[in-house]
Design a protein. Structure first.
Length: 291
């Protein structure tokens, strides 16, 4: 960001398009390629705001993504990013963190990406408690490939591959991460920017270990259109009206909570971090060899 803000002459873009992108990055309102009403543009802007507010050293917080519409989020942001394979963002981020412990990878993932093809990487990253931030974008469908059913598609909801409504049970990422041992877990919706920006700050600047921030987002183009909420505002209102805070949900029955989005900070604990344990192991083995 420093070079963008102080901008030497060499950094100054020649084309108008490049100049607009640069200005967009500087003021935290990125140019992006997402559909009208998609939650991802707003989420990208708010990640940018967290970076700017905290004067983040971008080299310390590189982005890793798998494949999905969400993979374009880092292209709208300043900083370093690496696009990996579908579901493999966490595996590559784990390798990067082990090779360079001073970084804190930010792994952005979709619900198709992390809860389907990448589930195994997700479980193992949680149990290792490796110091990274995972932003799971939960829009209840595979956006990029044409609206196929995802493991988060609610029972009864329609998708390209479930034209008469899904008959599958969903995967709850928060419960899965809890069971697998993640040490920070929060879920919010994209309608709650202050809450999720606060959780993002907690994971990035306070928490040492595996932090999951699940964000329920809108895909009006596929999930909305197939489920009678084609207008972005309808889907946005549906998300808002079905959101319940954890504190309130505690006193509600399973029947009352059916199809509700339970939000809040679910876990925030301290457990020794993976790189630290790895460093200890190296020191122990080296010490033993010297004897
Ligand atoms: C190995 C492999 N299998 C399948 C695909 C096709 N593919 C690309 S993106 C995607 C789904 C992405 O959905 P999600 O992670 O929910 O992200 P969204 O597009 O909704 O942001 C699939 C199945 C692929 N790129 N690579
Ligand atoms: S297809 Fe859906 S997830 Fe992809 S950019 Fe469009 S609205 Fe967003």
């Amino acid at each position: 960001m420093a070079s963008l803000l102080t901008g030497s002459k060499e950094d100054f873009p020649e084309s108008e398009a490049a100049l607009r992108t640069m200005v967009g990055k500087m003021i935290g309102q990125p140019k992006h390629i997402f559909c009208r009403g998609c939650g991802y543009g707003s989420i990208a802007a708010n990640i940018g705001r967290v970076f700017i507010k905290n004067n983040v050293d971008e080299a310390k917080y590189p982005f890793f993504v798998g494949v999905g519409c969400y993979s374009a989020i880092p292209t709208a942001l300043p900083g370093h990013s690496l696009m990996t394979l579908h579901g493999r963002g966490l595996a590559v981020a784990t390798g990067a963190k082990l090779a360079r412990p001073s970084i804190k990878p930010i792994c952005i993932s979709g619900d198709g990406d992390l809860l389907s093809i990448g589930t195994n990487h997700f479980i193992h990253a949680c149990r290792r408690n490796i110091d990274m931030c995972v932003i799971l974008l939960h829009n209840k469908i595979y956006g990029m490939t044409g609206g196929q059913q995802a493991p988060s598609t609610p029972k009864g909801a329609k998708a390209t591959t479930a034209p008469y409504g899904s008959i599958d049970r969903t995967i709850d990422a928060v419960e899965l991460a809890k069971t697998a041992g993640a040490t920070y877990i929060a879920r919010w919706t994209w309608a709650q920017p202050r809450k999720y920006m606060k959780s993002l700050e907690t994971i990035l600047f306070e928490h040492k270990g595996f932090g999951l921030l699940e964000l329920v987002s809108s895909c009006p183009t596929y999930f909305g259109r197939k489920n009678d909420m084609a207008e972005p505002i309808d889907l946005f209102r549906w998300i808002r009206s079905n959101t319940i805070h954890l504190d309130k949900a505690k006193d509600m029955s399973a029947e009352e909570l059916k199809d509700k989005i339970i939000v809040g900070e679910f876990v925030n604990t301290k457990v020794p971090e993976y790189n630290e344990r790895y460093e200890e192991l190296i020191a122990r083995v080296r010490g033993a060899r010297k004897k």
